[in-house]
Design a protein around this ligand. Structure first.
Ligand SMILES: [Mg+2]
Length: 231
């Protein structure tokens, strides 16, 4: 029986590509407001890079594409703009109903998320998750050395709720870090695998997989509700 349902945030409760698009729009809007640039053109360049697989060098590539910008704008400035923008995001279809059902069952709800706290806090606010999530751990507030799969966040939630590890479930999307730490403590784990996710195509290495893999939110919902103690 599951008594605590804890989620990853990025690409589990919403699609991370939506955040990337939202951040690129914010950067493009800012640059177009300060320089003689077309907002749509700047966004289009960044988005095309993203779709071609560029992940870490988008803003370097942008300044290379627009040399006049590189004289007056630093990459670090664009990264800060991206990370601190107020995102426009929506939950994956069906996730809101799933969260409501978990809350109604009386089970504990939580999120464990890595990433800059200012960005993760803004995402949680944009998604309206505050009232549905009781246990929130942003690992970067402790330091990036405590990012998943480090066990500290899972141990923290088990201690805060008093719920034994085998009755805790962690749901994530990334087999490289979401499941092995949780499983090593005795938690149950579930992977949500959807084609729009950044890690969709990655198969889990031996020892890194989840106990259960859901190919849709409906599939995940059935799995969770069948393991909850619903009166
Ligand atoms: Mg994720």
């Amino acid at each position: 029986m599951i008594r605590a349902v804890v989620f990853d945030l990025d690409d589990t409760l919403y699609l991370e590509r939506d955040y990337v698009a939202s951040g690129f729009q914010a950067v493009a809007a800012d640059l177009a407001s300060r320089f003689p640039l077309c907002r749509d053109e700047v966004f289009g360049f960044l988005w095309k890079q993203f779709l071609s697989g560029v992940r870490d060098n988008s803003f370097n590539d942008l300044l290379f594409e627009y040399p006049q910008l590189s004289q007056v704008v630093a990459v670090s400035e664009l990264v800060t703009l991206y990370r601190t923008h107020q995102p426009c995001l929506g939950l994956l279809e069906g996730i809101g109903d799933l969260l409501d059902a978990v809350v109604a069952s009386g089970a504990e709800t939580g999120i464990i998320t890595d990433g800059p706290a200012v960005s993760q806090t803004a995402k949680i606010r944009a998604l309206g998750l505050g009232s549905r999530i009781r246990q929130l751990v942003q690992t970067d507030e402790w330091g990036i050395q405590f990012r998943k799969p480090h066990p500290r966040a899972y141990e923290h939630i088990a201690a805060q709720t008093g719920i034994p590890a085998p009755e805790c479930l962690y749901i994530g999307d990334n087999p490289e870090k979401d499941f092995c730490g949780a499983r090593s403590l005795g938690w149950k784990t579930s992977r949500l695998r959807l084609s729009g996710q950044l890690h969709y195509a990655i198969d889990a290495k031996v020892g890194f997989g989840a106990d259960f893999e859901a190919g849709s939110v409906a599939n995940l919902t059935d799995f969770i509700l069948s393991n909850l103690n619903i009166n």
